[in-house]
Design a protein around this ligand. Structure first.
Ligand code: NAD
Ligand code: ZN
Length: 391
C-alpha cells in the first residue's frame, strides 16, 4: 500500500510499504477513506519528537471502512464505517475505567522510552514515534487498529467523512480544553492559537455557554475564521500587546479562563532557540510572546488555564509565582478521546456544529510532502488539510 512516511526532519515521503495484518485478536484493519494532517504532526516534521525511525508511517487522524476483524474485536463487522481515536486504549485498566483514556496503562509497550526522556508516559498513539508505541499511522491506504473492540466509533451514513473525521482528534481536543475551563454563563474565555485546535476550542467554549471569546493569533485568515464562527473578538499578537489588550477588554480583571492551543511551536521558538533560551533564563522570564506565559499572566484571579497545546521535555521559567498568587487552576494533557467522541457525534447529528468548516485543502496522499510544508508555514491560507488515500 501507499503511505506517508517520515524520513527525517522536514523529510516526508510517500512510499510503498507492506499492508498491515491482524497481529492480535482484538485488532481490526481499516481501509482509510479520509485522513488529515494535524498540528501535532508538525512537531514530528520539525524534529521535536524523539524516537522516530526512518520509514515510520505518519498520521493519527483517520477514518474508514472495516475490512478485517480479529476474533475478539467483537463490536465491529466488516463493512462498518468508523472514526478512529488518535489515542489507543485497552478499556480495562484503572485509567480506562476512570475515563482517563489517554493515560491507559496497557496500550504503550514502549512506555519506558518516554519515562526515560520525560519521567512519565501516556497511552499508545498512532503514527507518533516509538516512545508512544511505534504504531504505524493512518496517513495510508490501510491501518491496523489495536483494541478495536474499544476505540473505533461507528458513524451514520447520513454524515459525510468530512463532518465526522475530526472526531478522531481536534474536535474532542478543543472541546475538552473548553470543558476543562468549567465555563459558566457570562464567562470570557481567551484562546491563544487559532489553528484547528484553537478553532474547536473557540466553538466549544460557545457550545458550553461562554459569553465572550477572545481569539489570539497573527494570521488574518485564522482570526477571520474565529470571528466568523461565533463572533469571537480577535487580537493579532504582532500588532498589540496581548496582556494590555486583554486587561482593557475585561475591565482590568483578565479573562475567566485562558486556553493555550499553541504548544511547542510558539511563534519564534525553533528547537535551537528553545534550548538556548532554556539555558539563558533571563530571556525566558522576559519573553512576552510565549503563549503559555501570557495565558498564566493574563488569567483573572481564581481562573483556569487549560493547555491542549502539546509540550515535551522541560519548559523553564513560567510565572509560577503569578499562578500561585492568583490561585489558578491548571489543566492539561492528551485528550480522553473515547469519553468525548460519542457525545460530540450527538452534537454533530443534532446540527449544533458542522466540523468541516475548518477544511481549507483537500489532496491525495501523493501530495502530502508538499502540503506538510504549506501547512507548517501557514502558506496559501492553509488551516486544515484532509487527504483521500486512493484518489
Ligand atoms: P497549528 O500549528 O495549526 O496552530 C497553532 C496556532 O498557534 C497557529 O495559528 C499559530 O500562528 C498560533 N501561534 C503561534 N504562536 C502564538 C502565540 N505566541 N500566541 C498566539 N498564537 C500563536 O496547530 P493545531 O493543529 O491547531 O494544534 C495546536 C496545538 O494543539 C499543537 O501543539 C498540537 O500538538 C496540540 N494538540 C494537542 C492535542 C491533545 O490531545 N492535547 C491533540 C491535538 C493537537
Ligand atoms: Zn492530531
Amino acid at each position: 500500500m501507499r503511505a506517508v512516511c517520515w524520513e527525517g526532519t522536514e523529510k516526508i515521503q510517500v512510499e510503498t510499504v507492506p499492508d498491515p495484518v491482524i497481529l492480535n485478536p482484538r485488532d481490526a484493519i481499516i481501509k482509510v477513506t479520509t485522513t488529515a494532517i494535524c498540528g501535532s504532526d508538525l512537531h514530528i516534521y520539525d524534529g521535536y519528537i524523539p524516537t522516530m525511525q526512518k520509514g515510520d508511517v505518519l498520521g493519527h487522524e483517520f477514518m474508514g471502512e472495516v475490512v478485517e476483524v480479529g476474533k475478539e474485536a467483537t463490536r465491529l463487522n466488516v463493512g462498518d464505517r468508523v472514526v478512529v481515536p488518535f489515542t489507543i486504549a485497552c478499556g480495562h485498566c484503572y485509567y480506562c475505567k476512570e475515563q482517563l483514556w489517554s493515560l491507559c496503562d496497557n496500550s504503550n509497550p514502549n512506555a519506558w522510552m518516554a519515562e526515560k526522556l520525560y519521567g512519565y508516559s501516556g497511552s499508545g498513539l498512532f503514527g507518533y514515534s516509538h516512545m508512544y508505541g511505534g504504531y504505524p499511522g493512518g496517513q495510508a491506504e490501510y491501518a491496523r487498529v489495536p483494541f478495536a473492540d474499544v476505540g473505533p466509533l461507528k458513524v451514520p451514513d447520513t454524515l459525510t467523512d468530512e463532518q465526522v473525521l475530526f472526531l478522531s482528534d481536534i474536535f474532542p481536543t478543543g472541546y475538552m480544553a473548553a470543558e476543562n475551563c468549567n465555563i459558566r454563563p457570562g464567562d470570557t474565555v481567551a484562546v491563544w492559537g487559532c489553528g484547528p485546535v484553537g478553532q474547536f476550542a473557540i466553538k466549544s467554549a460557545y457550545l458550553l455557554g461562554a459569553e465572550r471569546v477572545i481569539a489570539i493569533d497573527r494570521f488574518a485568515e485564522r482570526l477571520e475564521l474565529a470571528s466568523s464562527q461565533g463572533e469571537a473578538e480577535t487580537l493579532n499578537y504582532e500588532r498589540v500587546d496581548v496582556l494590555d489588550a486583554l486587561r482593557q477588554m475585561t475591565g482590568g480583571q483578565g479573562p475567566d479562563s485562558c486556553i493555550d492551543a499553541v504548544g511547542l511551536e510558539a511563534h519564534g521558538t525553533t528547537l535551537d532557540a528553545w534550548y538556548d533560551r532554556a539555558k539563558t533564563s533571563m530571556l525566558m522570564a522576559t519573553d512576552r510572546t510565549h503563549a503559555l506565559r501570557q495565558a498564566i499572566s493574563a488569567c483573572r484571579k481564581g481562573g483556569t488555564v487549560s493547555i491542549p497545546g502539546v509540550y515535551g521535555g522541560w519548559l523553564d521559567k513560567f510565572p509560577m509565582g503569578a499562578a500561585f498568587a492568583k490561585g489558578l487552576t491548571l489543566k492539561m494533557g492528551q485528550t480522553h478521546m473515547h469519553k468525548y467522541m460519542p457525545i460530540l457525534l450527538d452534537r454533530i447529528e443534532r446540527g449544533e456544529i458542522d466540523p468541516s468548516f475548518i477544511i481549507t485543502h483537500r489532496i491525495g496522499l501523493e501530495d502530502a510532502p508538499a502540503m506538510y510544508r504549506t501547512f507548517r508555514d501557514k502558506h496559501d491560507s492553509c488551516i486544515k488539510v484532509v487527504m483521500k488515500p486512493g484518489e
